[in-house]
Design a protein around this ligand. Structure first.
Ligand SMILES: [Zn+2]
Length: 137
């Protein structure tokens, strides 16, 4: 699985996540609908030289939801090079990813949204829990 290794290789350069405004709006309204439950969505897009562009969302199959972590067994996901990461909500508490979030890291970027799910409540993280610059386009 050469392609798989390329996608999941951890590189140590500055990353930036660009999120289309319509994608941001979809994420925020989905989180609001699911509140107070946690929700999770797959981020679709592309990555080039550390810059990740998200231009779509996928509702994961077999998602399961709890109050501490929303996730899905990634082994059930169809392999798709356009899956760049996941976004999930934190109905309570800070936006910082939990240890569980980092252990369940998927793809290149993890995005969290904290309540009350406004434009400034969304944050991007790398697999080490470091903040990634988030730009709305
Ligand atoms: Zn979380």
């Amino acid at each position: 699985m050469v392609l798989y290794r390329v996608l999941f290789k951890k590189k140590k350069f500055e990353r930036q996540l660009s999120l289309q405004k319509k994608v941001l709006d979809s994420i925020l309204s989905y989180c609001q609908i699911k509140h107070p439950e946690e929700c999770v969505l797959i981020l679709k897009g592309k990555s080039k030289h550390g810059n990740i562009l998200v231009d779509g969302l996928v509702i994961p199959p077999f998602d399961y939801v709890g109050h501490t972590f929303a996730g899905f067994p990634s082994s059930f996901l169809p392999f798709d090079m356009s899956y760049v990461g996941i976004v999930h909500s934190h109905p309570t508490g800070p936006a910082e990813p939990s240890l569980t979030d980092l252990q369940n890291f998927f793809g290149l970027v993890s995005v969290t949204v904290k309540s009350p799910y406004n434009d400034e409540d969304i944050f991007a993280w790398d697999s080490s829990g470091n903040s990634i610059k988030l730009v709305i386009i």
